[in-house]
Design a protein. Structure first.
Length: 177
């Protein structure tokens, strides 16, 4: 979401975008539908687990294949990654905006949506819709057998697609207004 805002407000600094597993804006409707479908009350309940069981639930939603780690790794991960829980929950709540305030940015830059085709959080269909909304400078590349965390599940495929896109934009001149 922040990358889209940066690209729109500072096209002189942002030459192109690669977006994975993020949407233009987290609206009330998208948030409510996603949380209801996944069985959570609010975003922070999903993204800020407090227990090993909660972390396992997050990983099962975010990945295509079941990942197995010993519980001590889950506990260590919880300690390191989910401190300052109250502040993080407030930030997550602040990301949700009203449906009427949501707008699609008018981007001049090339955009690549690099998406897991089995994303359970932001479905591939949502990525297709977003690609259409963003217009002709946007390409959508799906990664088979990958979920929301495609870069972790299929790192070789993800990196190859990323390199292909970056090579294609590397020699393009910056667009001037």
């Amino acid at each position: 979401m922040i990358a889209f805002k940066m690209a729109e407000s500072r096209p002189d600094l942002v030459h192109s975008l690669v977006i994975s597993g993020s949407i233009i804006a987290m609206t009330d409707a998208v948030s409510a539908a996603t949380m209801e479908r996944l069985g959570f009350n609010k975003t922070s309940d999903l993204l800020l687990p407090e227990s090993v069981k909660g972390l396992k639930a997050l990983l099962s939603v975010a990945t295509y294949r079941k990942l197995w780690f010993p519980d001590f790794l889950h506990r260590d991960f919880l300690k390191v990654m989910f401190n300052n829980r109250k502040e993080r929950a407030e930030l997550l709540d602040g990301l949700v905006i009203s449906n009427k305030d949501a707008k699609v940015p008018n981007l001049k830059q090339r955009v690549m949506l690099l998406w897991g085709e089995n994303d359970n959080i932001f479905h591939f269909e949502l990525a297709k819709k977003m690609s259409e909304q963003l217009g002709e400078n946007t390409i959508l590349v799906g990664i088979k057998k990958a979920g929301h965390l495609a870069q972790l599940e299929r790192p070789c495929v993800y990196t190859r697609r990323l390199k292909e896109f970056l090579a294609s934009v590397h020699f393009e001149p910056l667009q001037e207004d």
